[in-house]
Ligand binder design. Structure first.
Ligand code: PLP
Length: 398
């Protein structure tokens, strides 16, 4: 069997047509396949590799920690320096009320923990979420996901979840004293990069506060500088009660987190004791890698470069087949006519050394979410490839 056949034989498949590129190395802003062919990575592992692939400082942090110890005990019993140091660093970049971190292994688990916490804190039955939202694929996260197509086959799901349009007055009106939490993304990513209206978000925040409803913001794709600020919510002048982290959090290692206040988090210590547990959450090697990545963001001043790079993409991505380019920082959607064209452009791009993707709830859009380390020249090269592939594709089909 060749490698592709082995991949299909032994690994569970979830995609009808997996990209199926055999990756043998990833460095900086590039992926390399088994033939040694190099690809500009325009999606950074879906908003994970914000500091580029295999940054030497991340690798060193992993090596150093691996030489000290790997796993020693489940969550919350032994004192381990890496998760403490990392939590301290994260909290230093957050408003005062977000001062206590619970590390999980993934974004979905962060979502599960937040749902549990919001019920525990408020003792209320209902949750409000947004249509076209994505928070993960575990049962709780799936219950709040804003797509009936993905939810329907997996019922029964959590009861008491109401879905409303993002940016809608209906979502605000639905909040009442039975609402435990509102969970939304600070920018809707899988919906094809939909930013919240500032006034709407402020009104949503106010209504949550009036009703003692928790506002949970999913910063899993938007965190760690992706949008040009450390956190997505910073663009919109509000402060959530809880945030969900993941993706870039681990610097390329698996990690998630919920961040909220001490007072709220402390409910997990009693009635019941051990109110939330995880074997590997806050793993020392992942924490060391994540901390190193966050230090790199600061040292290399990557976040301050995001706006210029975003602008350059906008300047270059002009083509009759491009219907819109939506972005908040380096989280971008290039809207084309339909999914057929997107898939053709993606295939041609891959042949020409460029790796990109589409969005779950906006399959007529190309995803651009490169490592924040992408250079201006690499942006030019990537856009030239995209435009040439668009020319080739649309000459036949426009
Ligand atoms: N929330 C958002 C906004 C995401 O994009 C994702 C993953 O794509 C998740 C939650 C779930 O994270 P994970 O895949 O690590 O469980």
């Amino acid at each position: 069997m060749n490698t592709r056949q082995l991949f299909q034989q032994y690994l569970a498949q979830t995609s009808a047509q997996p990209v199926g590129l055999h990756i043998t190395a990833a460095k900086g802003n590039y992926l390399f396949d088994a033939q040694g062919k190099k690809y500009i990575d325009l999606i950074g592992g879906i908003s994970v590799c914000n500091v580029g692939h295999c940054h030497p400082k991340v690798l060193k942090a992993i090596q150093d920690q691996a030489e000290q110890y790997l796993h020693v005990m489940v969550y919350g019993e032994l004192i381990q320096t890496p998760p403490i140091a990392y939590a301290q660093k994260i909290v230093a970049h957050l408003p005062q009320n977000l001062n206590c971190v619970y590390f999980t292994n993934s974004g979905s688990e962060a979502c599960e923990a937040a749902i549990k916490l919001s019920h525990r804190i408020t003792a209320r039955p209902n949750i409000i979420a947004a249509n076209n939202s994505y928070h993960g694929h575990s049962m709780g996260a799936l219950s709040v996901m804003g797509s009936e197509y993905w939810r329907n086959a997996f019922r029964p799901l959590l009861p008491g979840v109401g879905h409303y349009d993002y940016n809608s007055q209906a979502m605000i009106d639905a909040i009442n004293e039975d609402t435990a939490c509102v969970i939304i993304e600070s920018v809707q990513s899988e919906a094809g990069i939909i930013a919240p209206d500032k006034t709407w978000l402020k009104a949503l925040r106010d209504k949550c506060s009036e009703n003692c409803t928790l506002l949970i913001m999913d910063e899993i794709q938007t965190g760690f500088g992706r949008t040009g600020k450390m956190w997505g919510f910073e663009h919109f002048g509000i402060i959530p009660d809880m945030i969900l982290l993941g993706k870039a959090l681990g610097g390329g290692m698996p990690m998630g987190a919920v961040v909220t206040s001490h007072a709220m988090m402390n409910t997990l210590t009693h009635n019941p004791v051990l109110g939330h547990l995880t074997t590997f959450g806050g793993h020392p090697v992942c924490s060391a890698a994540g901390l190193a990545a966050m230090e790199i963001l600061e040292e290399e001043k990557l976040i301050t470069q995001v706006a210029d790079k975003e602008q350059l993409f906008h300047q270059l991505l002009i083509h009759p087949a491009i219907q819109a380019v939506r972005s908040v920082g380096l989280l971008m959607a290039v809207e084309l006519k339909d999914n057929q064209i997107v898939l053709k452009v993606l295939e041609k791009s891959l042949n020409n050394g460029l790796f990109s993707d589409w969005f779950l709830f906006a399959d007529n859009c190309l995803r651009i979410a490169p490592p924040l380390t992408i250079t201006q020249n690499e942006i030019r090269e990537a856009c030239a490839i995209l435009l040439a592939c668009l020319d080739e594709t649309t000459n036949n089909s426009l």
